[in-house]
Design a protein around this ligand. Structure first.
Ligand code: PEP
Ligand code: MN
Length: 360
């Protein structure tokens, strides 16, 4: 298990300040001019920490633009040198990793269509074995927490130290509002189980449009995510992929500037959310307990009726002692003290007698 101190330290590789770390750049690298112009404007506007571009694009159907390929990597390296910002690229096979390493790409990310496939993830993991490079793992397209965590573990097992995860939403055919449903509780559960890993939100792929980007980004900030990945293009309408969801560098900077940051460290929404889940479980158990007690009392009343018909006394001390002995033993197995069990049963028993008397 990670300690609290290392939790903080491990997140720090990604998140340098209270502000979320912003990753921006085009969905796809298309041409040298498009990459240069987009990245230069992003840098000039400030607010962005890491540049992104897709070089190999996993497209749903063949025939659309499948990425510029290796030709785009020198463009990213050029932007890294010129802007001084680290660059990140999606890799889906071992060959992609080798090419990225050759062109000094700083961070690799695993796409949603890759993290869904353990064979592909393992192949990439083998390709980075012994390499000191950070990896960001997008959630798989289907809402399977174990699969997402499993992909992360494959990189941990080959010795990758700096790992982060990207929440890009989950595919759902019935979904109309989002391109990929956020299922926030899935990301919250991830953060609860692995608090040492930076969590990045990808509002672009969650929304699939421009108008909801800000609301989703704000929600991620409210949940204390460590970063945002936002597709940014010099001319979004004419982008070769994901045209509907990309924004210009100017719109991006306004959006980031307008995000409202939390000020109260104590009031961590992730902690609050985890607490709320636990509280909901408690409430459910309390409800069940009350329903069960109700059932118990209705049986007591039936017994009262029987005793009345057979002219028996209500209180039968021997039976009460037997109940207590059995309950103490069961209590001990459940880490409940004799005192608590006695008090609880006495209260229940008193009520039971009252209810039986009312039958009399
Ligand atoms: C992307 O970031 O451009 C991309 C292909 O994302 P995802 O893997 O989340 O679909
Ligand atoms: Mn995209």
């Amino acid at each position: 298990m990670e300690t609290k101190v290392s939790t903080k330290t491990r997140r720090n590789w990604f998140r340098k300040s209270k502000y979320p770390t912003v990753i921006a750049g085009p969905c796809s690298a298309e041409t040298e001019e498009q990459v240069f112009e987009t990245c230069r404007s992003i840098k000039a506007n400030g607010k962005v920490d890491i540049l992104r571009a897709g070089i190999w694009k996993p497209r749903t159907r063949p025939g659309s633009f499948e990425g510029i390929g290796i030709k785009g990597l020198p463009w990213m390296r050029q932007m890294k040198i010129e802007t001084g910002l680290p660059v990140t690229v999606e890799v889906a096979k071992a060959g992609h990793v080798e090419a990225c390493l050759e062109f000094d790409i700083d961070i690799l990310w695993i796409g949603a269509r890759t993290s869904v496939n353990p064979f592909a993830v393992q192949e990439i993991a083998e390709a980075v074995r012994g390499v000191d490079i950070p990896i960001l793992v997008k959630n798989p397209i289907n809402p399977d927490l174990a699969l997402w965590m499993g992909a992360v573990e494959r990189f941990e097992r080959v010795g990758i130290k700096n790992i982060g995860v990207i929440h890009r939403g989950f595919s759902n055919t019935a979904e109309k509002v989002y391109r990929n449903r956020p299922e926030w509780q899935m990301a919250i559960e991830f953060m609860t189980q692995r608090p040492e890993l930076p969590m990045i939100c990808d509002p672009s792929h969650i929304c699939g449009n421009r108008h909801m980007l800000k609301a989703i980004s704000q929600k991620a900030v409210d949940l204390n995510y460590d970063g945002l990945m936002i597709e940014t293009h010099r001319d979004p309408d004419n982008a070769w992929s994901d045209a509907k969801q990309q924004i210009t560098p100017n719109v991006l900077v306004d959006m980031i500037t307008e995000l409202i940051l939390r000020t109260d460290h104590e009031d961590d929404p992730v902690t609050q959310n985890s607490l709320n889940f636990l509280r909901q479980e408690l409430d459910q158990i309390d409800n069940d307990l009350i329903n069960l007690l109700g059932e118990r009392m209705s049986i007591s009343r039936k017994i009262g009726q029987y005793k009345k018909e057979n002219k028996m006394t209500i209180l039968q001390p021997k039976r009460w002692q037997d109940i207590l002995d059995t309950a103490h033993e069961r209590g001990r197995k459940n880490k409940l003290s004799n005192h608590f069990i006695t008090q609880l049963l006495k209260t229940i028993h008193d009520e039971s007698i009252d209810q039986q008397e009312n039958v009399m």
